[in-house]
Structures are given as C-alpha cells and as structure tokens.
Design a binder for this molecule. Structure first.
Ligand code: SF4
Length: 466
C-alpha cells in the first residue's frame, strides 16, 4: 500500500471526486489471520512504547460525525440531525487518518453520533483498513443490515442495547430493540466479532442478567456502562442510576457476572478499582495531581491513566481531548493547531490522574500492561479473532452452578446472596479488549439544549451526509 501513503488529497477537486476514487480501491476482506495480526501488532507496539517509555497516539477514538438518527433520553451529545457544519469533510477525514498513521496509531475506534450515517463511511473505513489500522466501529444498529458489506472489513462492531425491549425502547426509541436484533442477525452472517454496549439506568439494571444471557446465546461480549447522575440528566429524565450505593452494587453485580463466566467486557482489577473507589460517586470520580498526596497510601487500588499519553479522542469538530469525561468546549483543536499540535497540547495537560470510569480504566489497564490484564486481554483477542473463522451455533450452552452475590434491583433495593443455576457458555468469549471505547455518558461536558431537536423518524434521517 505504498501508493496509498503518498496520496495528496488536496489534488482532488472535491469530496465527491475523492469518494469516487475511494470506490476504485480494492475492498479489504478481513479474516482470522489478518485480524489476529492487527491485534498482535497493537500489542507489539504497546510493548515497545511501555518498554522504552515512548508516548504516542497508539489508540484513537475518532468521532466521525455529530449526527444521529436516534434521540436517546440520556444522551449528552450535541447530535443535531440537521447541522453538518461541525463534521469534517471526507478530505479532512482522510488527512487525519493519514497523519495518524504517520504518528504511529494502530487502533482506531470510529463512532458518532451515528457513524453509519456518513455516506462516505464505508469507503473511508475500507481505506483505513487498507492503511493497516485495527478498526472498531460503534453503531446503534439501525443501518447495519443495509451497510453490512461496508462493515465486513472492520475488526469489531459495538452495538448499543440497554435491556429488554420495553426498557431499551423507553430510552432509545420505539422499535430500537427490534433493529438491534436485526443488526445482530446480519452481523452473525458475516461472523463479525460483536460487543453489546449497555448503558444502565434505574429501569435497566434489572436487565443485566438478560443482557448477559443474550451475550452468551449470541456469542457476544457485553459491556455495561454506568450512567452517573448529574443535575442535567436527572432533570431531563428523573430516572438515573444515581446513588453511590446503587452504582457500587451495580459494579459488584458486573463483577459477579464476570466471575460466573459470562462474557463481561471488564477485567477484575478494573471492577475492583471502581467498587473500592474511596469517594462517593456523586461527588468525585476523578483524581487530579493535587489529590494524589492525600491518596498516596491507596495508590495500588487505582488504575494508572494513559489517556493523553497513548490514547486520545478526536471529535468531529476537530477538538482533541484525553477522554470523553474531559470533553471541554475549549479543548485544543486540529483546525487551529494541526493534528500533531493539538495532540501535543493535550499530552502536556496531565492534570487528571485516576478515575472510576470502567471503560476508560479497561483501556488504562491494557495500556499499563499489567500481567493480569495482558493475559486476560490476549485470550479475549484470540477468541474474538477466531470468530472470523467459526460460524457461531446460537444457543450452544452448558449449565454451571454459581453463587450469585447480592443482586441489584431497582429502585434501590438489594437482595441477599442466593444460589442459583445459570445456563452459560464456557468462558471462551469472555472479557475485554483494546478494541472498544466507552459509550457511557459524560456528566462533565457542556450539555447542549436539545429541546429544539427534531424528532423525525430514524429512517427518515438517514439521508444526512455526515
Ligand atoms: S477521567 Fe479517567 S481516563 Fe479520563 S483522563 Fe481522567 S483519569 Fe484518565
């Protein structure tokens, strides 16, 4: 792909001409060997960086667009359906990808808004694969059956699903559950490694078992994101997973499911760090440099942060941030500083040191290369890559007896530990990996007023360019 590395995108007249060119490129077909090699390469580069203390943007969350065809109640994103001026053009999208390649990026997570709304998405995804990235795609699933051929080259797809049909659709929109099921069916036909991403609220915490069972039956991994409370979100919905006690018990429940062998995304040490977080969740979820002396004696309980060192997020409006939790309106912008300049500016801001956010810490644990995490993640990556080879047999199960620990129930109840028999799949597909990013909800960024948001039918909004 030497030729691809030398393309000057400014020589094309416009985005239309660029897309026409992209369509002439060979289609990347993923396979077990190719995907396994990309996963291994990421580890090798990470090993190099950690051994020689080199910081570079190995792992990038690239927000492709600020449009979305859903209107989830708890969403904080400024995902207006009509405005496209904040999204970068196809040319800029490709220039970013080229520059990231030059800076040493190995892993790209693409999400929006709804990434599949970009008309150029499939062609750019194909280009990114041809350039040698490991690529994970986040989607709400609505367009997956229609864009299945485009998704075929990805390494992993992450689908949002919060619970049983009634509860899921209450937050994400009527008909959403059915669309996700259709997306799962479609992804199964192309043997795509798939992760379910569930955002937990008061209404959906009782569906954690249901989701875990679904993940087993459909050979998926399951990631639970905690919806932290905030004035904004509480005012908007009145129903959140809000108190410290419930959040802690919910996290314990995630750990219990993992211990029982369900394919839960998180490592044990990541869950422990959240369960044992010294502060009340409503009050403090991050430690800055200034906090550290006070907690020196508990340092081993925290996961070291590598966001802003080995991982960054680039938003569709060009802002570069360390992670979604630090989503500042005045963050360094690639349009002002260039990509390298903006990444450097974020790298210098090492204010935030530790936090309790599960998905962020899963990535931190990976980037830290702690032996426990490496063993866990390597096993998962192999299992995921193998999915390209094997067509799953839906519902292949074994019975295993587990002792369930205290069960979280809404609203704010807590049942005693009990013994029950759960039908589960062996552990082969369990755990986490470097291929995902959080779909959880930030409570720190600026929360736009979305009251003017048009509530068009999702199918009618698919015409949006990017
Ligand atoms: S919030 Fe967590 S992941 Fe984000 S920069 Fe702070 S410590 Fe790192």
């Amino acid at each position: 792909m030497t030729a691809l590395s030398n393309i000057d995108w400014t020589k094309f007249q416009d985005d239309r001409e660029i897309v026409a060119y992209l369509k002439t490129l060979p289609r990347y077909r993923n396979s077990f060997l190719k995907s396994a090699w990309r996963r291994a390469l990421f580890f090798l580069h990470l090993l190099y960086c950690r051994t020689f203390n080199v910081d570079k943007p190995l792992f990038i969350v690239l927000v492709t667009n600020n449009n979305c065809n859903l209107n989830c109640t708890y969403c904080y994103g400024e995902y207006g359906t009509k405005t496209t001026e904040k999204n970068y053009s196809t040319r800029k999208f490709l220039e970013i990808i080229d520059e990231l390649k030059g800076l040493g990026t190995q892993l790209l997570t693409l999400h929006g808004g709804e990434a599949l709304l970009r008309k150029d998405f499939g062609d750019v995804l194909n280009y990114a694969k041809l350039r040698g990235f490991y690529v994970s795609v986040n989607t709400n699933g609505y367009l997956v059956p229609r864009k299945l051929e485009e998704l075929r080259c990805a390494d992993t797809v992450v689908l949002s699903l919060d619970g049983k049909e009634e509860n899921n659709d209450r937050y994400r929109g009527e008909g959403c559950y059915g669309k996700v099921m259709k997306a799962l069916d479609a992804l199964e036909t192309i043997k795509m490694p798939t992760v379910l991403s569930a955002t937990l609220t008061d209404d959906t915490i009782d569906d954690m078992d249901f989701l875990a069972d679904l993940a087993v039956k459909r050979h998926l991994r399951i990631q639970y994101s905690i919806l932290y409370n905030s004035d904004y979100l509480a005012k908007k919905t009145g129903r959140q997973l809000s108190t410290d006690e419930i959040i802690r018990k919910t996290t314990q429940k995630v750990k219990d499911l993992r211990t029982a062998g369900f394919p839960v995304y998180y490592s044990e040490n990541v869950l422990d760090a959240a369960i044992n977080w010294p502060e009340r969740f409503e009050e403090k979820r991050e430690y800055t440099l200034a906090d550290l002396p006070k907690y020196e004696h508990r340092k081993k309980d925290f996961i070291r942060c590598y966001h802003g060192r080995l991982k960054y997020q680039i938003d569709a409006d060009g802002r570069v941030i360390r992670c979604w939790a630090l989503n500042k309106a005045d963050a360094p912008n690639i349009h002002d500083l260039g990509l390298k300049g903006a990444l450097d500016a974020v790298h210098e801001d090492n204010f935030c040191q530790h936090c309790t956010y599960l998905a962020n810490n899963e990535h931190n644990a990976l980037l830290d290369l702690t032996p426990r995490s490496v063993a866990h993640i390597a096993r998962i990556q192999l299992a995921d890559a193998l999915k390209f080879l094997v067509k799953p047999t839906r519902g292949a199960t074994v019975q295993r007896e587990i002792i369930s620990s205290p069960t979280v129930q809404s609203p704010h109840a807590y049942t005693a530990p009990s013994r029950k028999v759960m039908t589960i799949k062996p552990l082969a597909a369990c755990g986490s990996g470097p291929v995902r990013d959080n779909c959880g909800v930030s409570v720190q960024g600026e929360h736009p007023d979305r009251s003017k948001r048009e509530r068009a039918d999702p199918e009618q909004r698919e015409h949006l360019d990017r």
